[in-house]
Ligand binder design. Structure first.
Ligand code: B16
Ligand code: MG
Length: 212
């Protein structure tokens, strides 16, 4: 193993509460039912695909233009909430793990569906940390498609067999498997039947990745 590709939301930091609050405000405004259970289905899913899931509960139809406006509205609320984040949102466990893996010589990348990746990384003090960032701004197909991880591997000049993907979403493990990567699953992703390693906290990776 030469490289580790980390998902962002749910692995490096926890922005799902902000996603929930922003989607909830948007859904309330258009009178569409939305709750935490529906929110759980949005983990790792792109913004537009998330909106489609939320609109399953809508009574009327929305045009493409209207959908884009709704997604933009949600994002504006979400980005404002992100302003509350700071270096204190980077946990000691995550920080220690990243620093130790860097010391052990691994290439480290982000593979996230989010178009706000760079803003979030800057907020938690990791703006310049990673060797590559593959995110919602450089892909055309969202997880479970492997594109985001394949692009990250390409940026690092490693093959999928040389990289471990770390994910919290089932769709993320599907993406890793179909891209030919081994994977470590945390949270719900640890229940995926095809996950290579099940971890409870990020530092469990230090027992798996002993050195290049
Ligand atoms: P944005 P990840 C994902 O991040 C989130 O889990 C998902 O809930 C969100 O819809 C998606 O990013 C897109 O985010 O609206 O900021 O582009 O888990 O792939 O790091
Ligand atoms: Mg995630």
């Amino acid at each position: 193993m030469k490289a580790v590709i980390f998902d962002l939301d749910g692995v490096i930091c926890f922005t799902d509460r902000y996603h929930y609050l922003a989607w909830k405000e948007m859904a309330d405004e258009i009178g569409v039912y939305f709750d935490e259970t529906i929110n759980n289905r949005l983990r790792g899913v792109s913004r537009m695909a998330s909106l489609e899931i939320i609109l399953e509960k809508a009574s009327g139809e929305y045009s493409q233009k209207e959908k884009e406006a709704l997604a933009e509205k949600k994002n504006a609320i979400y980005v404002k909430l992100l302003d509350r984040m700071s270096i204190s949102d980077l946990s000691d466990d995550v920080k220690r793990t990243l620093e130790e893996l860097r010391k052990r010589g691994y290439l480290l990348a982000i593979g996230s569906s989010s178009k706000n990746t760079k803003k979030i990384l800057a907020k938690i003090g990791l703006g310049d940390f990673f060797d590559a960032i593959s995110d919602g701004t450089n892909i055309t197909r969202s997880k479970p498609d492997p594109e985001v991880f394949l692009k990250a591997a390409e940026m690092l000049s490693v093959t999928p067999q040389e990289a471990l993907v770390v994910e919290d979403a089932l769709a993320g493990i599907d993406a890793a498997v179909s891209g030919g990567f081994s994977s470590a699953g945390i949270g719900e992703a640890a229940t995926h039947e095809k996950v290579t390693y099940r971890i409870e906290k990020l530092s469990d990776l230090l027992g798996i990745l002993q050195g290049k």
